[in-house]
Design a protein around this ligand. Structure first.
Ligand code: DX5
Ligand code: ZN
Length: 227
């Protein structure tokens, strides 16, 4: 998960057709997707309800891709084991939702999952100061979480740049993921700013050709690095 390997594309199944979820995941896998992003919402931390561990377990059976569970739920520490048992490979939590964040991150790593902290648009980078050594990735929200199809918040570009330099100064290997409003026009700028894992829901599953959309998004993300 470093820039040397180029960007990774993580389709968010939030925008998939849930009645054909297996087919939709196979499509993006055939299109070269690197990761499957799973948005878990509880109707408390965010004003929407989505899916939980049983769906993750069902997805686990039909794909070998890493499963990235983005927990938009209160007190996510209650469910780390459930998501790990279901087959999650990456689990990220919002610091506002987990009082003992350090313990929660340790619990994720103890289950051999990559541990991530998610920053809402209003969450400052300073929340990471004491946990940077305990995480594998940081998920920068470029919309307020809860729904797909929202407009990219431009300020996120500067946030990714500052985060990239904060990680470099500390000499750490931490991947930056970005989520919200990522599409053909924003993929290049966010990759250039330093994001390596690009989550995209509507730009992939809202496209009539989700399989082709994965490659198009990757090319858009790599465009700033191509001469
Ligand atoms: C929003 C979710 C996102 C969502 C992104 O709360 O975390 O993963 O699926 O959707 P798009 O790519 O449509 O902005
Ligand atoms: Zn997400």
């Amino acid at each position: 998960m470093t820039t040397d390997l180029g960007v990774k594309i993580a389709p968010s199944i939030l925008s998939a057709d849930f009645a054909r979820l297996g087919d939709q995941i196979r499509l993006v896998e055939d299109g070269g997707a690197d990761i499957v992003h799973v948005d878990v919402m509880d109707g408390h931390f965010v004003p929407n309800i989505t899916i939980g561990p049983p769906v993750v377990a069902a997805i686990r059976k039909i794909t070998g891709l890493p499963l990235d569970c983005h927990l938009m739920i209160d007190r996510p520490e209650r469910f780390i084991d459930d998501f790990a048992d279901a087959g999650a490979n990456m689990i990220s939590v919002h610091p506002e939702a987990s009082i003992h964040l350090h313990r929660t991150l340790a619990a994720i790593r103890a289950r051999d999952c990559l541990a991530g902290v998610v920053l809402n648009p209003s969450t400052p980078l300073s929340v990471l100061d004491e946990v940077l050594g305990s995480i594998d990735f940081i998920l920068v929200m470029s919309v307020n979480p809860g729904f797909g199809g929202q407009k990219f918040i431009e300020h996120s570009l500067d946030k990714v740049r500052r985060l990239r330099s904060m990680i470099a100064v500390r000499g750490l290997q931490i991947a930056i993921e970005i989520d919200g409003g990522i599409g053909m026009s924003t993929a290049g700028p966010v990759a250039e700013a330093g994001a390596e894992l690009l989550v995209a829901g509507s730009a992939i599953f809202g496209d009539p050709d989700p399989k082709g959309a994965v490659g198009r998004l990757r090319r858009a993300a790599m465009a700033p690095f191509t001469v």
